[in-house]
Design a protein around this ligand. Structure first.
Ligand SMILES: NC(=O)c1ccc[n+]([C@@H]2O[C@H](COP(=O)([O-])OP(=O)(O)OC[C@H]3O[C@@H](n4cnc5c(N)ncnc54)[C@H](O)[C@@H]3O)[C@@H](O)[C@H]2O)c1
Length: 282
């Protein structure tokens, strides 16, 4: 069912890699809801990915940008404003990557050059994006910016590694810039803290299958999938959420408010006598 929630709105969507990406689903939903937008990703990701297919399907143009490069971001924003003949109404930051995770370095043995890259790609890029938009006065009044986060920003989850620190920084940037953008330009900045979701980035998380099973059992409504995340993102882009800003909003089926559920307890009791469970490292 569509509601024309984004009729006439213009946006920029970062992070669609393939049809499993949360950003891909957001693009499809935003298109269904009447938006027009620019799609962007790194030149490398575009070689691997299927962004052309999404662009064709949603009548969008692609402007490549590495979100850590101020020059690329400036070009992206200026190009987008040229394409639309004016400002944008919404932006999705759906970007995350850790070389420590990729190279299987544990949290007590990080490489700091990788750690800096994690923070730059997954969090500081959000500041760079917001600052570039601010300087170009690129977002319309009552516009909306959303970045995707994860509960590891608040709670320690086995195996999430340095991405937890990146998400904590990402959410903080959302609040700090949210104040300035709200005060100066009546623009909303929020982060959505999404359930574990099977995507390329998600599959890189250590023990993802077990984690998804655990959160599914713990969440009264079950895990939220990528499509449900896209639906919620579209609401945050729409005029129906005009006074919501500087928030980190859990979109996780209730997981973040749970301590122990009946379904998880049953599972736990079944394995209480596990004598041959393997030891695990941090
Ligand atoms: N999948 C999950 O379980 C989950 C849960 C909560 C939050 N998130 C967050 O959702 C967002 C989207 O991830 P996803 O799960 O859709 O995975 P994904 O792998 O499909 O998307 C990650 C995207 O980041 C892009 N990217 C990496 N480096 C970049 C750079 N330098 N510049 C621009 N783009 C760059 C990649 O090309 C890719 O398109 C991430 O912020 C992720 O942390 C994911």
């Amino acid at each position: 069912m569509t509601y024309n929630l984004l009729k006439g709105k213009k946006g920029i969507i970062f992070g669609a890699l393939d049809n499993k990406s949360i950003a891909w689903k957001v693009a499809e939903k935003a298109h269904e809801e009447g938006a027009i937008f620019v799609l962007t990703n790194t030149p490398t990701a575009m070689r691997f990915g299927e962004l052309d297919e999404l662009a064709k399907k949603t009548n969008s143009q692609i402007v490549p940008a590495d979100a850590t490069s101020e020059k690329d971001l400036d070009n992206l924003i200026k190009e987008s404003m040229k394409i639309f003949g004016g400002k944008v109404d919404f932006i999705l930051h759906s970007i995350g990557m850790s070389l420590n995770v990729r190279k299987k370095r544990v949290y007590s043995d990080l490489r700091y050059d990788y750690f800096n890259k994690t923070l730059d790609i997954s969090a500081v890029s959000f500041h760079k994006l917001l600052q570039t938009c601010f300087k170009n006065d690129a977002i319309s009044e009552w516009g909306s910016v959303v970045a995707l986060s994860y509960i590891a920003a608040q709670r320690t989850l086995y195996g999430y590694n340095d991405m937890a620190d990146a998400k904590a920084l990402l959410e903080s940037i959302g609040r700090s810039f949210g104040y300035i953008y709200g005060r100066e330009k009546k623009i909303r900045i929020n982060t959505i803290s999404q359930s574990p979701t099977l995507t390329t980035a998600g599959a890189g998380v250590k023990g993802m299958e077990g984690l998804m099973d655990f959160t599914e059992r713990m969440s009264p409504l079950g895990n939220a999938d990528a499509e449900e995340c896209a639906n919620f993102t579209v609401v945050l882009f729409s005029d129906l959420s005009r006074k919501v800003t500087m928030q980190n909003i859990y979109h996780d089926g209730g997981f973040s408010s749970m301590g122990m559920s009946m379904r998880a307890m049953r599972m736990y009791e079944r394995s209480l006598d596990c004598n041959d469970c393997p030891d695990v490292e941090d």
